[in-house]
Design a binder for this molecule. Sequence first.
Ligand SMILES: Cc1cc2nc3c(=O)[nH]c(=O)nc-3n(C[C@H](O)[C@H](O)[C@H](O)COP(=O)(O)OP(=O)(O)OC[C@H]3O[C@@H](n4cnc5c(N)ncnc54)[C@H](O)[C@@H]3O)c2cc1C
Length: 477
Amino acid sequence: MKSENNREAYDAVIIGAGIGGLVCGCYLARAGMKVLIAEQHLKPGGYCTSFKRKDFTFDAAADCFGAYRKDGITRKVFEDLGIDKKLNIIRFEPPSIIITPDYKIPFWNDLEKTIKEFQTAFPQEGSNIRDFFYFLSHSDSVSVSKIRNWTFKNLLDSYFANDRLKAVLSFPLLAMGGLPPSLMSAFMGAKFFSEFFIDGGYYPIGGMQVLSNTLAERFKEFGGELRLSSLVRKIRVSNSCVEGVVIENDGFVPSQCVVSNCDARQTFLKFLGQEKIERAFLRELRNMIPSISNFIVYLGINKQFKPPEPPGSAIFFSQHYDLDRAYRSAQKTDINGYDGYTFRISHDKSTIYAIIPAAFKNRIFWHKNKPKFLESLTEKIERYSIPNLSEHIVYKEAATPFTLYRYTLNYKGASYGWASTPSQLAVPGLRRPPSIQGLYLTGHWTTLGVGISGVIYVSHDIAKLILRTKKTDYKIP
Ligand SMILES: Cc1cc2nc3c(=O)[nH]c(=O)nc-3n(C[C@H](O)[C@H](O)[C@H](O)COP(=O)(O)OP(=O)(O)OC[C@H]3O[C@@H](n4cnc5c(N)ncnc54)[C@H](O)[C@@H]3O)c2cc1C
């Protein structure tokens, strides 16, 4: 189909081939729509990519996913799109282990076993621990609505008296979402637990890139077109209706439906321009806070290495229980003050991936500080977790918050979209701005979700909404 100016027109253009853009694209293309995904990077996946150095394959950012239980959203969508059979998905056992100077508590794939681990560590909180985990794994919409405005601290205080237990349950959330319990939304904290700790640790053999590539291939099988190395500069709007997008070096691509998988600030402030946005919404958008970014270390390991922790398990380590101190250090990007880290020895024992929360700084800061951070984090892991680590390292590299920004254009290299605070839980207009017809957003900037599973959830939802609006015959289950 050609438009008036003789350019190929699409039923939908999706900006960005992150998991959000790919899942939404698959559903729209499968429904018979003519869909283009324009991705600025040279490979699909966004934060869900891998890279090769020497003989090693490293996951760049996300290194596992959750919600793959029988009725979990990730499984539902993978089965529905038929990609479950194309992937070899394993589950680590245990998916995560929390380690502090006094405790070592695994999260097992069997919830009862996990509850017992916590009860053994904190016998005086026995029945509260059971109630807490029951709430996380069985909560219905009524009980969830009660905690909508709570912080995670409110939730913990409503179950437990023991401060050590509260800290042990909170620091993995600080490690991931970058917030202490006094700032993190109870709803989001509960989601992190249910979708990441209780039902987490799933991994596609071959690396996270295999997942993104499989989704991209499926999208093409459904008739979609994926253009890589295609940076979108503008969304063109006339009379409050979307007309298409402008791609660098490619020009105008007409479409009456545009789905942005990029961050909301880029979408509204750069693609559209502030003059097209309602004042109140613009003010709200400018005041919203992104989630924290990360500093990541990638280590290639020799064959003599004997792992001291189970390969595949994410190890959440903290040397102390002072969450406010850890939060301040992460905010200040102070490597010496932050005495915790998360690491994973890959299931084939060939690599180690280690990560700490770190705030965004510019290229000059990281040019100067990256080697110091890399050495310091490696040295801490050697001191507290993996004796003689340095003897086994044959390759090392690091990614900074600036690297994360550079590869994905996520605002300030934010790892999980918006910060998971109670006030940012549900901001109207972020998925479907009411003032612009034909514009939709998907991905982790439209939802407070837990990484990949949250993004899959919202993308499935947005695709349903678009198909309903277009009144196609095709329905998504
Ligand atoms: C270090 C780190 C570790 C993480 N670990 C996990 C984990 O283990 N498990 C988990 O579930 N989640 C994890 N997450 C979070 C998870 O990876 C993300 O929430 C999720 O992948 C986001 O998907 P998305 O599709 O919304 O966005 P993105 O992955 O950011 O994709 C957006 C895409 O849009 C493209 N784009 C941007 N601007 C333009 C433009 N102008 N034109 C064209 N294309 C553009 C980008 O290149 C990118 O491909 C982690 C994140 C980080 C950073």
